[in-house]
Design a protein around this ligand. Structure first.
Ligand SMILES: Cc1cc2nc3c(=O)[nH]c(=O)nc-3n(C[C@H](O)[C@H](O)[C@H](O)COP(=O)(O)OP(=O)(O)OC[C@H]3O[C@@H](n4cnc5c(N)ncnc54)[C@H](O)[C@@H]3O)c2cc1C
Length: 663
């Protein structure tokens, strides 16, 4: 393999060996060592499988959970929970037929309700501090004195656990992986899936990768493969000039999992779903770095510029007189999801008054607003500024440590608050960061991905999926639980699977694709290319779509792939990785456009607006639209709502779970 002239003239701290091949063999190959991948690897290794974990970053801190977790959802089987898995899945169904927001779909949601607490106990065994072992919160109303577990949001029903030492959860998982002998390939970007005979739609027998430091090539052969590479992000906005947190997600999550599954012929769904993530956009404050009243900052008192308290109300608009009422369901209500996030009144929770903007306009409250930490009861104050902000993803160092070192004292200081318009009280107000919105960063709320069944198996033999790579997304506990579960299925499959055989021609083709940028001398750099690709998404696949704009967008991607992208150059392995991500960007953009073309109707829950099909959710389109590649052609299909419980006389949640779970 020729080295580019740029490589030779650029100082690079690692030996560069473009094209050099490394081979390894596993029973279970895990692509993406984030939360789902780590839990999967630990489970598979404990079951005696030979496990390989491949990660683009360093597993010890990579992925969305790499910087922490403050709340652990759906722990319905913990000894204090007053909600059973069956009740919970029924309640979350109120979010609608497409998705359960942070909670996966019917399958991953139920698995999580059943196993979330066990997964947390697994973490505790690896050394994560889960409980209030030092009695720092003794007597707090969110603490159970017997178990020393601490709860968030609904103190009555106690199913969401505050993780005392969540900031370092990934370090503990990493150490456990090492202890169990899983083989970890850090800084190796997985680039493609290998299939039997090199055919699209055939059994998956391994994957290829490239090292972001040495440029070396990897061929992994495996009896079963598990995709846990997060969801694509950064498709609509890219700028290295914008300061702060321009992405909600981790920048490494560019969607190779989705792209490689597509190329291999796997069935994808819900890729047409778009949403505007408030938390992203270049002018945002760092997440959770301004005060607010929701999510991590729940349920902080907000005051106006004169110190006047903004009232809280329950779902019925009844004024809540005490702080403690903010953590309880309304009379007659089972439980709630804070704010007005749920489309269903049944799950609406306490919130600051929804008509705050009107009242500000009338002069009742004066801007700016502040999060009044000193005004909160001491335990609650220390829970927000400590347990939560201290352990939440991306807040420990930039917010908690930095503000503390700079002298911020929650006992005395208020933090200026950014509060969202009322219709976003559910979503927006959590983040406390209001800037230009990036269309569809994915969030936890699922922007589509791989379709799967009760075995967390994809449509391809030998390929399993977990975490946010599934079409149904999910949060930390969903990732952990789906990782453990999918690994059990992948191990079982590997135990009887035939020896995988790699098709050399497929490897050669991928090598040629991967190394093309290092053979280029002139052309575009990855930053320019990426910014241009974002323009295609903004202009032709934005909030409002039509057949014409989508087809024009596909035409542009095709043209860029053949021209600018074909000339893109990389001067070192890092730039090679970033350039390959641009190629992923094109593929994922095309997938989204194909999915958007396939749904010939607008949809409110999917936040999907077709100008040429403006009717919202006509009954014939109430279904999941699926797409896949077959011999290079896009095939459109469908899955009925609740496909996990069909046909009507099929087993229900618990029976399905018991039939498949392989505990
Ligand atoms: C700021 C923030 C705060 C959050 N707080 C909470 C919380 O308090 N509670 C909660 O429940 N959830 C929280 N979440 C969500 C939670 O972190 C995610 O839902 C969870 O981490 C998803 O797990 P995953 O395994 O699917 O993805 P990730 O954990 O993101 O793992 C994906 C992995 O894939 C790797 N990867 C990507 N591409 C490649 C490639 N080409 N080759 C090899 N590897 C690749 C990445 O490096 C990464 O390690 C938060 C998320 C963020 C961003």
């Amino acid at each position: 393999m020729t080295e580019s002239k740029y490589t030779q003239s650029t100082e690079w701290p690692y030996p560069v060996n473009y094209g050099k091949e490394n081979e390894d063999v596993a029973d279970v190959l895990i692509l993406g060592g984030g939360i789902a991948g780590c839990h999967a690897a630990i489970t598979a290794a404990k079951r005696g499988a030979k496990v390989i974990v491949v990660d683009k970053g360093a597993v010890i801190r990579s992925g969305l959970g790499g910087t922490g977790v403050d709340h652990w959802h759906l722990a319905c089987t913990n000894p204090c929970s007053k909600i059973t898995p069956e009740e919970m899945v029924g309640l979350l169904k109120k979010f609608g037929d497409y998705f359960y927001l942070e909670f996966g779909n019917g399958i991953t949601c139920y698995i999580t309700c059943k196993e979330s607490y066990d997964a947390l106990l697994d973490c505790e065994k690896t050394g994560v501090k889960v409980r209030d072992v030092d009695d720092e919160f003794a007597g707090a109303s969110f603490r159970d004195e017997k178990t020393k577990l601490m709860f968030a949001y609904d103190y009555e029903n106690k199913y969401c656990i505050r993780v005392n030492g969540g900031a370092n959860i990934k370090v503990a998982l990493y150490n456990e992986l090492k202890r169990l002998g899983a083989k970890i390939y850090d800084h190796v970007m997985a680039t493609s899936l290998l299939t039997e005979g090199g055919k699209q739609g055939a059994r998956v027998v391994g994957a290829t990768g490239v090292n972001a430091r040495t440029g070396e090539f990897y061929i992994f052969k495996a009896k079963s493969t598990l995709l846990s590479m997060g969801a694509p992000a950064g498709l609509w906005i890219f700028s290295t000039e914008l300061a702060g947190a321009t992405l909600f997600q981790e920048p490494n999550l560019t969607g190779e999992g989705t792209a490689m599954a597509w190329q291999a012929g796997a069935e994808l769904t819900m890729l047409e779903r778009s949403s505007a993530m408030i938390a992203s956009g270049g002018f945002s404050y760092p997440m959770y770095g301004t005060g607010n009243a929701h999510n991590t900052w729940y349920a902080c008192t907000i005051v106006d510029a004169d110190g006047k308290e903004v009232p809280w109300v329950d779902r019925d608009g009844k004024i809540l007189k005490t702080v403690s009422e903010r953590y309880r369901p309304a009379p007659g209500q089972k439980t709630f999801v804070y704010g007005r996030m749920s489309p269903s009144y049944e799950l609406w929770g306490p919130t600051i008054i929804p008509d705050l903007p009107e009242r500000i306009m009338k002069g009742e409250f004066k801007l700016p607003l502040y999060a009044d930490l000193p005004g909160m009861p001491e335990h609650e104050r220390r829970a927000i500024w400590g347990l939560m902000v201290g352990n939440e993803g991306r807040t420990r160092i930039p917010i908690y440590d930095r503000y503390t070192k700079a002298g911020f004292d929650p006992d005395k200081d208020m933090l200026q608050a950014n509060i969202m318009p009322p219709e976003q009280y559910g979503f927006g107000a959590w983040w406390g960061a209001y800037g230009p919105r990036q269309w569809r960063t994915g969030g936890f709320a699922a922007g589509g991905g791989l379709a799967f069944d009760w075995d967390l198996k994809t449509s391809l033999e030998g390929l399993y999926v977990a975490g946010m790579t599934t079409y149904a997304g999910g949060d930390h506990s969903v990732a952990a639980c789906s990782g453990r579960y999918a690994a059990r299925k992948a191990v079982k499959y590997a135990q009887t699977a035939q020896e995988p055989v790699i098709e050399r021609k497929q490897v050669d083709k991928e090598k040629a694709r991967v190394y093309a940028p290092v053979t280029q001398k002139d052309g575009v750099g990855w930053k320019e290319l990426r910014a241009g690709l974002c323009r295609i998404m903004q202009d032709y696949c934005g909030e409002y779509k039509s057949e014409e704009t989508l087809k024009t967008g596909l035409g542009w991607f095709n043209s860029i792939r053949e021209s600018e992208a074909a000339t893109a150059y990389a001067r070192n392995p890092h730039e090679l990785e970033r350039t390959l991500e641009c190629l992923t960007h094109i593929t994922v953009g095309e997938i989204i456009m194909h999915a958007s073309l396939a749904r010939k109707a607008s949809s409110l829950p999917l936040e999907f607006k077709r100008l040429d099909y403006p009717e919202m959710d006509p009954p014939e389109w109430n279904k999941f639209v699926t797409i896949r590649l077959e011999n290079g052609d896009v095939k459109v299909g469908e899955l009925p709502f609740n496909y996990w419980l069909l046909p009507p006389n099929a087993p229900k949640y618990e029976e399905n779970y018991q039939k498949h779970c392989d505990l």
